[in-house]
Design a protein. Sequence first.
Length: 515
Amino acid sequence: IQREEVTSSCCQLDDLKRLPHFHGNLGKLRFSTTHTVLIDVSVFNCGAGLIAQEGRDLWNSNFVKMPCSQAMNHSGPSQAARWKLISKQLSALASKKSVKVDHVVAAIIKFNPKYKDRWSFDALHTFVEHVPKTENYFHTLFPKIAALALKLPDQIKKAIPLLQRGRPASITLSQVQISCLLANAFFCTFPHRNTSRPDAEYHNYPSINFSSLFGNWSERKKEKLRAIMHYFNVVTNENTNLEGLVTFERRCLRDSDAPSWRSSSEKLQKLYVTSDGSIETEGTGLLQVDFASSRIGGGVLGSGLLQEEILFLINPELIVSRLFTEKLADDECVIITGSQQFSCYSGFGDSFEWAGPHEDGLERDEWARLKRQILAIDALHFKNSREQYNMRKITRELNKAYCGFMGEKGHKEPDIATGNWGCGAFNGDPQLKAVIQLMAAAKSSRGLAFFTFRNEQLERSLQQMYHLLVTERVTVGKLYALLEDYCDVLHKPAGSHVDLYEFIRKNITGVRSQL
Ligand code: AR6
């Protein structure tokens, strides 16, 4: 009886598997038809550093259209002429020691003339004016960001594929290459990326040029800009050694991999639940869930400041995913391995504050990637909370979570750090989402660390529910059937709301007492 009690209780955080435990299963860095590597793999594999991979510059619908593209295209003035203009403007800024915001704005507008009266830069202006003199290094930082952006043709020589819908594929690039791409995003140089009209070429992609970050001043914008400027300050500092790689992988759940949930016989895996701490801190080394938008990064370049946006602000390298990741479909996710955390923060939403530099002490794997893995999965957005008690929607959420949790066959994967996925802006029920994630983790044979984000009641109820499910040896299939019954009960005419965990408890213990 005692043994049963121990194993049916939640585990400790230290009982979960973390990334640093795994060594030596990656092999040499290789590119393939589905894995584009933007640095020279042979140079990297013999330990001679990170240099840009030579390759072709392509201007078509399968690749990122680059601001410095010299490729011929048939629409309007050639990009080569535009890059000449961009280079002239940026070189002028880069040659100065100190640059005013007005000059930054003038340069951006010179090569984006259509937006002269449409873009506002009041947030950037106010920000630079508001920050105390002692902290105000921005005038001398602007020339350095311009110099970094100018290096684009030397840094990226091979076309960057788009991670398109329905096509699993990965891109590995260096942290220096990412910084150079983000410096271009800062100066809004990416072509065809300034409109989200339904007929626009990239309407299915998130925005990447920073124009929306620079307008609509608010306290939120101030804190966001502090985090972003801190990132540029670090990456342009000559003493910074950005020595790693980062991989962005789009995964799609093939029909043949979608589980038959009703007939799944797996039992629950380990669970750690806490109302203290956060996914990104205490969950370090686990697969950390990003409560994402289908357009990865959500409102990071606008005014959004929830879990995903905060994650992207403290790890700004994640923002580059917006350059090439098409909107996620129901059965897709993105996994990012190796991004660096540059900042600390406090608060959430309106209370968010940039809280200074973060020294990332993580080890690197054999591909020079920091041992940090982030999983972007977008939950459904329920305008009306009742909508979620529907098996079609529940199955969608199960498959979405499973797509991210399932891991690669034969690989040793860390356990997962998650929490109230889809339960803030997206209005999900935290109890239901916790069960869904437990089921997806069980199906993937991975343990869960669940951060309830100061919700002590959820912490207790989840611990009790887990204890019951494990002692009663409830399988994933059985839980699925219970959810079906629960949805039926809720949708009965005049049915009042029944607590999910209460319903599960009654049904399980009721079944036992009938035996
Ligand atoms: N660690 C653990 N839990 C957290 C953390 C954290 N760092 N931060 C927040 N929570 P939300 P969603 C908890 O609203 O509902 C963004 O704009 C906290 O209880 O960010 O999936 C995206 O781009 C919070 O209420 O996620 C999407 O567009 C809950 O997690 C959209 O929001 C949910 O956080 C996604 O909304």
